[in-house]
Ligand binder design. Structure first.
Ligand SMILES: Cc1cc2nc3c(=O)[nH]c(=O)nc-3n(C[C@H](O)[C@H](O)[C@H](O)COP(=O)(O)OP(=O)(O)OC[C@H]3O[C@@H](n4cnc5c(N)ncnc54)[C@H](O)[C@@H]3O)c2cc1C
Length: 386
């Protein structure tokens, strides 16, 4: 693991990306002043605004690192990081395109056939098409090898039957990448016999039912497939190789700034409180949280350099996600303890509302994209502890 290597030096962002940061900040300030969005915590999951995503796309700020031939902009991974950092820091609504651009597009570029690349990538880059992720099932979350949704061959393609759960945004997305069984496990290898198919969420046989969050928000769903036909050319990669393809998505899914910046708007609230009243508890908390944030940020940049070199730093990504999501949860708890108690019948400030919503979202931080216990298993195995 790189973070154990005594010779490893944490890279810095190159100085020339700072002009882009200023540009992103100016754009976000203007949008805020014009009422273009209301800052939210957890913006990459809770801030759903396709028109805002399209505004970013027109500026070339989504699919930034993708090749031009697929509708991307061939900007560096560092430039992409800086724009994403600013979007998350501002609490801007980026949920519509976030997961698709982060992991589905790269999956298609790596394993997709020409038809998949032609049909989907340009429209994803323009924020005209949105994707959901169909991995988890009622009995298959941490242990994806338990997935029971099955696709069988038919003339011209596949027929899917089964049930996915916790599918973020499936009620709004156009397509879902469904991880399913297409074969049997070979020689007792539980990871064999899986494939990934692109399913049109408007196809006959699909039922999407809401699962409401604790806050009452409709974010994720149960998605049921009842004899759903999928054309042959919507198979990603080769049949039976779905497991290694899914694992390749995890480095992207777990290492980005969204894994430690979901609560950044709350941290900004603490900065404002400390500026207004220099109470020593606030200043100490601010110092401690900022030090943790800065360390995480540097680790995430280090990982970015590995991903940009084509490596799959699964263990490092697990470490960033585990530490990052603990930081997010701690931020909410610590700030909550420092906010003056509001009378129940008094008016709620904008910050009270922001914090309350963040508090209700926080339990999900250490679950989504792989629970912290599972991540710690991955890390422990790499250290030879298990
Ligand atoms: C906000 C949110 C959005 C999500 N979006 C999506 C999505 O879009 N698409 C999708 O497919 N999924 C999505 N998920 C599902 C997510 O990936 C799963 O919740 C997660 O993988 C855990 O699976 P599970 O909920 O079935 O819990 P389980 O796997 O049943 O785990 C239950 C508990 O047991 C622990 N545990 C399980 N196995 C072990 C072990 N071997 N060692 C130690 N502890 C263990 C876990 O850490 C956990 O605490 C989302 C989840 C959340 C919270």
């Amino acid at each position: 693991m790189i973070f154990q290597d005594p010779g490893f030096e944490l890279p810095e962002l190159p100085a020339d990306v700072e002009a882009l940061r200023s540009e992103a900040r100016a754009f976000l300030d203007d949008e805020l002043k014009a009422g273009g969005f209301e800052p939210v915590c957890n913006a990459w999951m809770d801030g759903y605004a396709p028109e805002f995503s399209r505004k970013l796309a027109r500026r070339g700020w989504i699919a930034m690192t993708w090749p031009k031939q697929y509708g991307g902009h061939e900007r560096s991974a560092f430039e992409n990081f800086v724009v994403n950092e600013e979007l998350l820091a501002a609490g801007a609504p980026v949920a519509a395109h976030w997961a698709g651009v982060r992991q589905t597009g790269p999956l298609f570029m790596r394993y997709g056939n020409d038809s998949i690349k032609d049909l989907f990538l340009h429209r994803m880059a323009r924020a005209e098409l949105f994707f959901a992720i169909g991995m988890s099932e009622p009995d298959a979350g941490s242990d994806l090898a338990q997935v029971r949704t099955r696709a069988r061959r038919c003339e011209g393609g596949w027929v899917i039957n089964g049930r996915k759960i916790w599918s973020s945004g499936a009620h709004r997305a156009d397509y879902m990448v469904v991880f399913c069984r297409t074969g049997t496990d070979a020689d007792g290898d539980r990871r064999a016999g899986f494939s990934q198919l692109i399913v049109d969420l408007k196809a006959p046989g699909i039922t999407i039912r809401p699962i409401y969050m604790m806050s009452g928000a409709h974010h994720f769903n149960e998605t049921i497939f009842d004899d759903v036909f999928v054309p042959e050319d919507r198979l990603i990669g080769k049949p039976g190789e779905g497991w290694s393809q899914v694992v390749s998505e995890l480095g992207y899914e777990r290492s980005g700034p969204e894994r430690f910046m979901s609560t950044f708007p709350v941290l900004i609230g603490l900065v404002r409180m400390a500026a207004a009243d220099c109470d020593s508890r606030r200043v100490v908390a601010l110092g401690q949280l900022t030090a943790r944030l800065w360390t995480l940020r540097r680790m995430s940049i280090a990982l970015l350099t590995l991903l940009a070199k084509g490596q799959s730093p699964e263990v490092e990504a697990a470490l960033v996600k585990d530490l990052g999501t603990c930081f997010e949860r701690d931020t909410v708890e610590i700030v909550r303890g420092l906010v003056p108690t509001r009378r129940a019948d008094g008016p709620a400030s904008e910050f009270d509302v922001l914090l309350a919503k963040c508090l209700l979202a926080a339990p999900a931080f250490t679950l989504r994209g792989g629970t912290n216990e599972i991540l710690r298993n991955v890390i422990a195995r790499s250290l030879g502890l298990r």
